[in-house]
Design a protein around this ligand. Structure first.
Ligand code: SR1
Ligand code: MG
Length: 408
């Protein structure tokens, strides 16, 4: 399908805002102070427009291709609709934990939303050595609210099926199916590693136990329509602002363009994986205490999720068969799957397309050790999940694994 629509530019965004009354009133367009294109992700254009009074709006526009690669990789801009609808749903279920949405332009695939310039992308903050307390709990609580509130436990069965249909997101799911679950084990020419990590990538792809687990993970991702998951909930999809004398800590989940009805544990695994990646960076930089802190974010993420989900359980649908005990059993299944998806998400960020700044910005020798550590941790998580599933055990084993291969 040809997508012919005007792409925003820094010299056209003010005119665009002026043309949408709901946006024009949000800032003084006669006194604009800054216009910045800040899209540092792999897919979209993102503009922040601020006036001199400090009021701002974010415009995020989906391009008809993958920005990371260019027009040679066409990609449906319908992902903007998915992002818009997910943000609306999440905002209702988890107030304050996603940016406010002001408008959606279905012709030009533009989501207009709250300016979060007083927040930082969590990944960038972690890369700079910052520690933000309370973020892990908040984001675990966010996953719980969405897991319950969009699932058959929280909504009527027919509404659930309609929601599953509306949220079908085949092209974006295909990216994940290929980049996360397949290509790290069967390169089609998009993988890359440092030559000194080549043996690690070969060992990963040749690890038959790992590949078997990843096959299971891919199948679950492709078939388990449990809830309207975020679909790309890494630390770059979380924004944070510390508490101060006047305000509590603020946490926002952003960028749910990959959202669809999928397995709840996929989002939790993405978070855990990125804690390991952040820890690998800290360890490589000679900061073992901070590495440990990064991995200590896994238990509170999980506990807040578990608590948030089980607190809602008494209000579930179909209590005549969704018994009192079933909630805990469902959660326990998700715990094992969180290990599994964490494994998949770690490995893809080292071997496949679309890597992380945590590792990529390390100096050469440290980068090699950190990348190796993450790959070993991925293989550990995929198999050790059968031995003991506790979130603290995950962190301990990951730290042990990273330490075992760290560049001296
Ligand atoms: C082609 S898009 C590559 C990656 O960017 C997004 O952040 C997702 O993680 C996706 O896999
Ligand atoms: Mg993103």
């Amino acid at each position: 399908m040809a997508h012919d629509y005007e792409h925003l530019r820094t010299d056209t965004v003010v005119g665009y805002l002026a043309s949408v009354p709901a946006l024009a009133e949000r800032l003084d367009l006669t006194d604009v102070a800054t216009i910045e294109e800040v899209g540092d992700g792999n897919l979209n254009l993102v503009f922040i427009i601020e006036d001199r009074a400090g009021r701002g709006v974010v415009l995020k526009q989906a391009l008809p291709y993958v920005r990371l690669v260019g027009p040679d990789w066409p990609m449906t801009p319908e992902r903007a609709r998915h992002e818009h609808e997910a943000l609306r749903t999440y905002g209702a279920l988890a107030p304050g934990l996603v940016p406010d949405v002001f408008a959606y332009d279905a012709d030009r695939y533009i989501v207009a939303m709250e300016d979060l310039s007083d927040h930082r992308v969590w990944r960038a903050a972690l890369n700079d050595g910052e520690r933000h307390d309370g973020v892990a709990e908040a984001i675990g609580g966010f996953v719980a609210a969405v897991a319950f509130g969009t699932s058959v436990f929280g909504i009527d069965a027919e509404d659930h099926k309609a929601a599953v249909g509306r949220a079908l997101n085949p092209q974006l799911c295909r990216i994940t199916e290929d980049l996360v679950f397949t290509e790290p084990y069967a390169d089609i020419g998009r993988n890359s590693v440092d030559p000194d990590n080549e043996e690690d990538a070969v060992a990963l792809a040749g690890d038959s136990a790992m590949v078997a687990e990843i096959g299971l993970a891919k199948w679950k991702f492709m078939t388990a329509a449990e809830a309207l998951i975020h679909g790309d909930l890494h630390t770059g999809s979380v924004m944070v602002r510390d508490s101060d004398a006047t305000r509590p800590v603020s946490v926002k989940a952003i960028d749910p363009e990959f959202s669809f009805y999928g397995p709840v544990a996929f989002d939790l695994g993405a978070l855990w994986a990125n804690y390991v990646i952040a820890a690998a960076r800290a360890l490589a930089l000679g900061e073992p205490d901070r590495a440990q802190w990064c991995l200590e974010q896994a238990p509170p993420t999980w506990s807040a999720f578990e608590k948030g989900f089980l607190e809602r359980w008494p209000g579930r649908r179909s209590p005549e068969v969704f018994s009192d005990d079933m909630g805990a059993a469902v959660v326990n299944g998700w715990l094992g799957d969180t290990w599994l998806f964490a494994a998949a998400k770690m490995a893809r960020r080292i071997v496949g397309l679309a890597k992380t700044t945590d590792i990529e910005t390390l100096p050469g020798p440290q980068k090699i050790g950190a990348a190796r550590g993450v790959l070993h941790a991925a293989r550990m998580a995929a198999t050790e999940r059968h031995a003991g599933r506790s979130p603290s055990r995950f962190g301990e084993l990951a730290l042990e694994t990273l330490r075992g291969v760290a560049t001296p």
